[in-house]
Design a binder for this molecule. Sequence first.
Ligand SMILES: Nc1ncnc2c1ncn2[C@@H]1O[C@H](COP(=O)(O)OP(=O)(O)O)[C@@H](O)[C@H]1O
Ligand SMILES: [Mg+2]
Length: 250
Amino acid sequence: MSEPLIQLFNLSKKYSVGEVFVEALRGISLVINRGEWVAIVGASGSGKSTLLHLMGLLDSPSAGRYLLDSHDATGLSNDARATIRNKKIGFVLQNANLLARHTAIENVELPLIYDGVSAKLRRERATAALTTVGLAHRFDHWPQQLSGGEQQRVALARALVNNPTLILADEPTGALDSRTGGEIIALLQHLHRMGHTIIMVTHDPNVAQHATRILSIGDGQLVSDEVVAETMNGTARDTQRVTDESRVSQ
Ligand SMILES: Nc1ncnc2c1ncn2[C@@H]1O[C@H](COP(=O)(O)OP(=O)(O)O)[C@@H](O)[C@H]1O
Ligand SMILES: [Mg+2]
């Protein structure tokens, strides 16, 4: 049965820049169910990141209503938003943004420190997350000793370590070459199969095709909402499965 995770009702966002307002989102309404993998596409400046930030409780809408997991998340304080974010949402951005003076596993443990998790449990959960992304052999490496793709996998592990309901990714392959980007997509496929809900912004149609649904945004509005054909998706998944499993068992 489909269960709504995200419900947006006529959501708008205006930014004020000096004397003028920029209308970044203009009345977006949509429902995303648990277990979906949604790609958000659209031209630069169309409002993709703004939409992702609102869904991820990094910012508040100017108008409209947002239900996350059936709870009203529209008018929450910064603190309340941060608390829900830490519990339910994992973010991946274009750049991994790892702390240079911390090892891979310490970077992954960070969100758990904010949550007050004990050192022992932190290590266990970070170990599991790094193993999921195929980096079990890189725990004690420094960020600068890792390739761009490996750094992004550490960022993905950091996003996963809280076992979030929702994974949000803004151009997760944008800074990577196509082969390394493909590895990140294969990992997202793996996470989707494990049951995670994923929402990913991308400007690359080839990347978007791996999702199960594509939302197209133009000038702050929803332009199209299409379900990706099962066959395309299934084929892509079948070819990636072997790679995934070999990586996870490393
Ligand atoms: N913090 C901000 N302050 C002012 N304007 C912003 C801000 N963030 C985004 N915008 C503007 O809102 C519009 C949508 O931006 P954004 O959501 O980043 O688009 P996209 O991710 O699709 O490139 C753009 O016109 C952008 O310049
Ligand atoms: Mg953007």
